[in-house]
Unconditional design. Structure first.
Length: 255
């Protein structure tokens, strides 16, 4: 994996026969060339031989110049790492934080999608609830407010994030499939995946901004800061199948 920030553009993704196009391949390391612009606490890092950027989970984030039409089918994928030193012990985000986003897209109000981890509550046998962190790809409706007419849709991993997943490189892929009206999250490094079915009246919409790394937007403000490292990020127009995601993981593995 090249040890610099760069944007590689290719006309056709050779893995797919379904008009899937590789929009960009972003190598996150120490350079600030080719449209990758850091803000806040962003430091170069080399973890287990992998060149990456280290984000503090409070202010560190990166913008790019990569456009994506989120009202059409697309796939985003990233090598990410949650850092135990930037979390609230174990598998907990810092107090008051309910999600951490590795890849999103900018818009004046809120991001159309969020790839990362999210807190979910689950009922226990004693009828109490317990919070679990899960790998998640979230789709947001045009009206992203809590009182909006349509609920946000979360494709989440079947298994929760455990202490064994912290301080380890994980490959994530989020897929928006417009014809099938689904969002999918793939975690091939964990042998896990999840799917959410969008309502029949789901408002597919296109954000005005570029792909963002290490955070997302909500109510016009940056949020969901990533507490750890991000290495390579790829964005595609079109849908990558489960097997193609597996192949992408193997081909892009920086370890």
């Amino acid at each position: 994996m090249p040890h610099q920030n760069s944007v590689e553009r290719k006309p056709v993704d050779e893995m797919s026969s379904h008009s899937t196009e590789l929009l960009a391949k972003l190598h996150c390391a120490s350079s600030t060339e080719n449209g990758v612009r850091p803000t806040g606490s962003v430091q170069p890092a080399n973890i287990d031989g992998v060149a990456a950027v280290a984000l503090d989970g409070h202010s560190g984030r990166l913008a790019t110049d990569v456009k994506l039409n989120a009202d059409r089918s697309f796939t985003v994928a990233a090598w990410v790492r949650l850092n135990s030193n930037r979390m609230d012990g174990g598998c907990r985000l810092r107090p008051g934080q309910y999600a951490a986003t590795a890849v999103s897209q900018a818009d004046p109000d809120h991001s159309p999608f969020y790839l990362g981890v999210r807190v979910f509550a689950a009922f226990q046998y004693d009828l109490s609830t317990k919070a679990f962190l899960r790998w998640t790809f979230t789709a947001a409706p045009t009206d992203g407010s809590h009182t909006g007419a349509i609920d946000w849709q979360h494709a989440s991993s079947a298994l929760p994030v455990t202490t064994q997943d912290i301080d380890q490189w994980t490959f994530l892929a989020g897929v928006m499939n417009v014809p099938q009206r689904t969002v999918e999250v793939h975690i091939p490094t964990k042998g896990d995946r999840g799917t959410a079915h969008l309502p029949a009246h789901w408002p597919f919409w296109c954000a005005t901004g570029d792909i963002q790394l290490g955070h997302a937007f909500y109510l016009g403000e940056p949020t969901d800061f990533w507490p750890g490292e991000i290495a390579e990020v790829q964005a595609f127009s079109g849908v990558l199948s489960q097997q193609q995601v597996e192949d992408l993981r193997a081909d892009s593995d920086p370890r």
